[in-house]
Design a protein around this ligand. Structure first.
Ligand SMILES: [Zn+2]
Length: 420
């Protein structure tokens, strides 16, 4: 068998080989192999493991050889929760935040999520596309090779929702980073339906969702289940309708108030539940039993600056499988950099680097239903690879705020390289 690309003499290789289901407890810890080698042919992994190569695999003069001495190789990172496509940015709010303004004061000044909705509605397809493409470039440079992207800044304005999802689609087709699309029309309760939420839920489930399915604009449906947004019963109705239409399910649960979103996620069950800062002990237990993946977003907690973090350590001890994601959005977490999120997870969640790595690769692949294709460097999987200019895994979250990625391959093709 031939080889297109051969990464050899790898200081430490993390293949993420292991249990074929979302991982927790001891299984969450990725294991490193010294003197590793990865062979790629036709965009796929044909071998990943300790040296030497199996006999039937041979390098030829056409093989591109990459010396990885004293460096780390891992699968490409997967960011399973972002609001990638949106208009505008909100740096104007920073000075207000510094001065102590709360969410409501910011909102009443015409800023906050209102300004993102307005900017997204007013932006044409091309400017939304160009802005999101730039963000994808930044993500790729920091090692992200697959990203989930939610709509949700149009809400009652369905055309804006459609525009967001079409941009995600187009980027998926044109950019090296794969983009997985989620419909989040249930991101906020529109003011004009405040008195009649049932009517909005009817439009959402009977008009918008069937159209999104028909046009294949999204694979998943996500709901913001929170006090003052969609309550437990409304969230259940929306997600049950989504399930019947064949969507995968996600839920923003127990972010601010312990409403019982985690229990609802376990009952349905959803594939993943997001945020979970206020999740109850019972909710955590139920999620562990039901196998719901917790998509945790420590960058959002960090940026909100209130010191409130999800109980990630407890979740792991109790058997919840976790993924770590940026939540990239212009308000609560304006960063594309998943490496920084890895640092936050170490410092604020007290997760170990080998646990964090699984949470941004294999488990994140599970959270978007892609674990058969990506998330580990096993035979037959897509060759999404990172060569890290780092002497060991711990170094990556430890030495924070800078980019440690040296080279990135997507489906076997080199798509990014650090300037010499
Ligand atoms: Zn979010």
């Amino acid at each position: 068998m031939q080889i297109d690309v051969l990464l050899e003499h790898i200081g430490t290789l993390y293949t993420l080989e292991g249990e074929k289901r979302p991982r927790s407890k001891e299984a969450l810890k990725a294991k490193g192999v010294r003197d590793g080698v990865v062979a790629v042919f036709d965009g796929q992994i044909i071998y990943g493991g300790a040296y030497p190569l199996p006999e039937e695999i041979q390098a030829s003069e056409n093989t591109q050889r990459v010396d990885c001495t004293d460096k780390v190789v891992t699968p490409g990172l997967i960011d399973a929760h972002t609001h990638l496509v949106h208009g505008g940015s909100r740096e104007k709010e920073l000075a207000m935040k510094i001065a102590g303004a709360d969410y409501l004061e910011i909102y009443n000044a015409g800023l906050g999520i209102y300004s993102t909705q307005k900017a997204t509605r007013e932006a044409d397809f091309q400017s939304l596309y160009d802005k999101a493409r730039k963000s994808l470039d930044v993500m790729l440079a920091h090692g992200t090779t697959t990203v989930e992207a939610k709509s949700g800044y149009g809400i009652w304005d369905f055309q804006t929702e459609i525009k967001q999802m079409q941009v995600a689609h187009q980027l998926n087709a044109n950019h090296p980073v794969d983009v997985v699309s989620t419909f989040m029309g249930a991101h906020a309760m529109p003011a004009k339906y405040k008195e009649n939420p049932d009517e909005f839920i009817r439009i959402l489930t009977e008009e918008m969702m069937p159209f999104v399915k028909e046009e294949r604009l999204a694979e998943f449906v996500d709901v913001f289940c929170e006090e003052g947004v969609f309550d437990i019963e409304q969230s259940r109705r929306i997600l049950t309708a989504a399930k019947e239409l064949g969507f995968g399910l996600k839920i923003h649960a127990d972010e601010i108030v312990s409403l019982g979103g985690a229990q609802l996620a376990a009952k349905l069950p959803t594939l993943s539940a997001e945020h979970l800062i206020a999740a109850s002990d019972k909710g955590i237990q139920d999620m562990a039993k039901a196998g719901v993946i917790a998509c945790l977003l420590p960058g959002t907690s960090f940026n909100l600056g209130k010191g409130k973090y999800a109980k990630a350590r407890q979740m792991v001890e109790q058997g919840v499988s976790i993924a770590l994601c940026t939540d990239y959005n212009p308000g609560s977490c304006p960063t594309e950099n998943l490496q920084l999120i890895m640092t936050f997870a170490a410092l604020y969640y007290r997760l170990l680097p080998e646990e964090i790595l699984t949470a941004v690769t294999y488990n994140a692949a599970c959270a978007i239903g892609r674990q058969e294709k990506i998330g580990s460097l096993e035979k037959g999987k897509e060759a999404d690879l990172i060569l890290w200019d780092a002497p060991n895994l711990d170094y990556i979250p430890y030495h924070f705020g800078v980019n440690h990625v040296e080279r990135v391959w997507k489906k076997g093709k080199e798509v990014w390289r650090k300037a010499e």
